[in-house]
Write a protein that binds this ligand. Structure first.
Ligand code: RB5
Length: 154
């Protein structure tokens, strides 16, 4: 498995710990930064990770900023991305099983490193369940593709 990871200045330490943790499990990590202390605009790393995920060059992405919000909002603007912020493992697992998220995000100012590891583990180990969930995810992508949702007309 190969994952991309990105962060802002608030989350360098947590990013490095998560990276080391996942590499220890044999997962290849592509680090899109930032690794430089000093104020950093999170849309840059959110965008870089999202592009790698959307192109299929990696199997998924992990994004960390202060809250996880800004960096996931940026990632979600890239076509094909389904990123969500999680502060606990249950939502992380269900976001993959039901919503087929391809990026997980969290906040270095919100959760601690052990919870972050649990969230990442749940997300990585979960599988999209398809079926009725696929219908709904397809509807989300229809909105993205067309700025319209046919089912909402009925
Ligand atoms: C940086 O101060 C902070 O705004 C950022 O890390 C993130 O929380 C934004 O959503």
């Amino acid at each position: 498995m190969k994952l991309a990871i990105g962060n802002d200045h608030v989350a360098i330490e947590m990013k490095n710990e998560i990276k080391e943790y996942l590499e220890g499990k044999g997962i290849e990590i592509v680090d899109m930064g930032t690794n430089t202390p000093g104020s950093f605009h999170y849309p840059i790393s959110g965008y870089k990770v999202a592009k790698l995920v959307a192109s299929g060059e990696v199997d998924g992405g992990i994004l960390i900023c202060g809250t996880g919000v800004g960096i996931s909002l940026a990632a979600n603007k890239v076509k094909g991305i389904r990123a969500c912020v999680c502060s606990e493992p249950y939502t992380a697992r269900l976001s993959k099983q039901h919503n087929n998220t391809n990026i997980i995000a969290f906040g270095a100012r919100v959760i601690g490193i052990e919870l972050a590891k649990m969230i990442v583990d749940e997300w990585i180990n979960a599988e999209f369940q398809g079926g009725r969930h696929a219908t709904r995810v397809d509807m989300i992508m229809e909105i993205e593709d067309t700025q319209h949702l046919q089912a909402a007309e009925n």
